[in-house]
Ligand binder design. Structure first.
Ligand SMILES: NC(=O)c1ccc[n+]([C@@H]2O[C@H](COP(=O)([O-])OP(=O)(O)OC[C@H]3O[C@@H](n4cnc5c(N)ncnc54)[C@H](OP(=O)(O)O)[C@@H]3O)[C@@H](O)[C@H]2O)c1
Length: 336
């Protein structure tokens, strides 16, 4: 199974490490021998059709800050020209244009490669077009790491929908906001102090706008709703209210009455993101940098999945999960 890896940052490197750690297990349990034949970052690339030395690539990235040499070729061209079965796409998310991931995925589909991605950008911008392209080229598209990091929220939702109907979905899809709200609740911290702490501990970006203004949650909700066939809405149609500047007195008051404020994503009559007061005993009401999603099903009732919503090794595990699914599907001759 030959793989091109685009993006060699937190997730890309974790994925490479996971391949090393799990190589014996993958061969014995699944009969899969993945070979990384190309790794590309923003500045360079390394290629070897027989399979790269992952340890060497990791070491080079850590010491030099890039893989291989500057080669002037853009990533889409490398993807198109490299002989491989799968593209793993782990470049930065751009919610507005979907780039560079969108071009990478198009290049992969056009050269008949399956795509596994954790990049929300291309899915936010062109969810149905990407599925259509995959189908048209007879290949698979998987993106379970785009929602929930390593927690298989999309797979769980799909299982809930099989033989039943999902009536509504409510959940926490952004670990950064949940960390901030939990800190405010536990310590009576102000929004600004809790945000600073989230940045110090690596939960929030230097520019936290997309998280705290609810946009990241909205994109994940859109991906989930489209994936489960609940809606064909785009982000423009989501009613979004984030947690920026939320008053710590409101958070503390909620705690004193056995409730908690959480940034809740809802898919019921339309899609929305909004700070919401939850009963403390509601299983969705998790604390810290966690995600939790409740699927309300017509016949089987509510079901909840909880787990870490981000992290390098966690998200890498979802890429590997998708890779194994693709391998299983193409063995059975199934396409997207
Ligand atoms: N981190 C998480 O916990 C997490 C969880 C779920 C989903 N995701 C998603 O996963 C993706 C990767 O996240 P990350 O945390 O690994 O980000 P990151 O650490 O910033 O890594 C991004 C990587 O992409 C490379 N890159 C940028 N432009 C490129 C291009 N045109 N061609 C090839 N490579 C390019 C960067 O190159 P340089 O190394 O040269 O800068 C870097 O190696 C993002 O879309 C993110 O939203 C992340």
């Amino acid at each position: 199974l030959r793989i091109v890896l685009a993006g060699f940052g937190v997730v890309g490197q974790s994925f490479a490490e996971l391949l090393v750690l799990k190589s014996a297990d993958l061969a014995s349990r699944y009969g899969v021998v993945p070979r990384l034949v190309a790794i590309v970052d923003s500045e360079g690339s390394v290629l070897d059709g027989r399979g790269l030395s992952i340890k060497k690539a990791l070491q080079e990235k850590r010491t030099k800050g890039r893989v291989g040499d500057r080669n002037g070729r853009d990533t889409a061209r490398i993807i198109a020209e490299t002989e491989a079965e799968v593209l793993i796409e782990a470049t930065p998310t751009n919610f507005r244009t979907g780039e560079p991931g969108l071009s990478h995925m198009k290049a992969a589909f056009a050269s008949k490669k399956h795509v596994v991605t954790c990049n929300k950008g291309p899915l936010a911008v062109a969810f149905h077009a990407m599925h259509e392209l995959a189908r048209h080229n007879g290949v698979q598209l998987r993106y379970s790491g785009a929602v929930g990091g390593g927690t298989p929220i999309l797979d769980f939702g799909q299982s809930c929908a099989r033989g039943d109907d999902i009536v509504s979905v409510t959940g926490i899809l952004n670990g950064t906001c949940n960390f901030i709200l939990s800190k405010m609740e536990q310590d009576g911290a102000t929004f600004d102090d809790a945000l600073k702490l989230a940045q110090k501990e690596g939960y929030a970006e230097a520019d936290p706008t997309l998280d705290i203004d609810g946009y990241d949650s909205a994109v994940k909700l859109v991906i989930m709703a489209n994936h489960l066939g609940l809606s064909r809405a785009t982000v423009k149609e989501v009613k979004i209210k984030g947690i920026r500047g939320i008053d710590s007195r409101e958070v503390v008051r909620a705690r004193e009455s056995g409730r908690a404020i959480r940034l809740i994503a809802t898919a019921e009559h339309g899609l929305s993101i909004s700070p919401t007061s939850l009963d403390r005993n509601d299983p969705v009401c998790v604390s810290g940098a966690y995600n939790a999603v409740k699927f309300h099903c017509r016949f089987s009732g509510p079901k909840v999945i909880i787990g870490k919503g981000a992290g390098g090794p966690e998200t890498a595990s979802s890429l590997l999960r998708d890779l194994l699914d693709i391998r299983g599907a193409f063995n059975e001759g199934v396409t997207a």
